[in-house]
Design a protein around this ligand. Sequence first.
Ligand code: SPV
Ligand code: MG
Length: 288
Amino acid sequence: MQPGERLLEAASATVPLRVMAAHNGLSAKLVVEAGFEAIWASGFELAATRGLPDASIVTMAEHLAVTREMVSASRGLVVADLDTGFGNAINVIHAVQAYEVAGAAAAVLEDKRFPKMTSLISGGRQELVRTEEFQGKVEAACSARNRLVIIARTEALIAGLGVQEALARAAAYEEAGADFILVHSKSRSAAEVQQFARRWTGRAPLVLIPTSYPEFSVEDARDLGNVAMIIYGNHAVRAAISAMQRTFAEIRRDGCALGADTSIAPLEEVFRVQGMSELKSQEARFLR
Ligand code: SPV
Ligand code: MG
């Protein structure tokens, strides 16, 4: 089965899939080891781990290379964040084909104008393209894919346009062929997306990213009845930042690395995640 087919099958269960953010081969491996059903190749994480803003600065080639790395390191199902599709509907055609060849299971396309502004920044410039224009992008994506799952994401709530506009856009994107609808919100409560989900009458299941309403649980999603995936959008890079800051400060303060040594992963754990035991057995078998 192709990755897209595996994802569709997994997403048809009654329990929503949990999709955890990652930004490279290592974090993608850890997502799979932790038991998440899929990996979110987050544009935000990819930008942040390069020390850059999430504003269409990281190129498609870079993002694609990292997506390929995540697929091959983890062997997991990767939901790739294609942002705006790196341009217009023609760019989308090429992007979708490239991500499918790279082994992604799904591509998420959002209805923001290129270059985009990251969604959760306060006072951000949030401009959307016209509904018809984005329908063209979704149709282009569906025409270019083979088995890749196409997730259309509306940023209507992020842009402050309200639930009615978000529902209208979602319906238009479903009509254009989207397999799933992702509705993003920066509200501090789940009420906004819950209202959206209750009023959604489309057949396409929903995808949520509850970063700004983190108390929202898998059970809450299941109660809504039409949520197929929950994406934990940026928790890998945030965990990494905190762990690095703590460790670096401890070593600076102590003047040696002894104290920090016990609170970070031992070297053996790094060797394990890297696959050093496989390398050793390959050496024993093939090096003559
Ligand atoms: C990402 O993780 O890249 C996302 C989610 O698109 S958010 O940053 O909240 O827009
Ligand atoms: Mg993103």
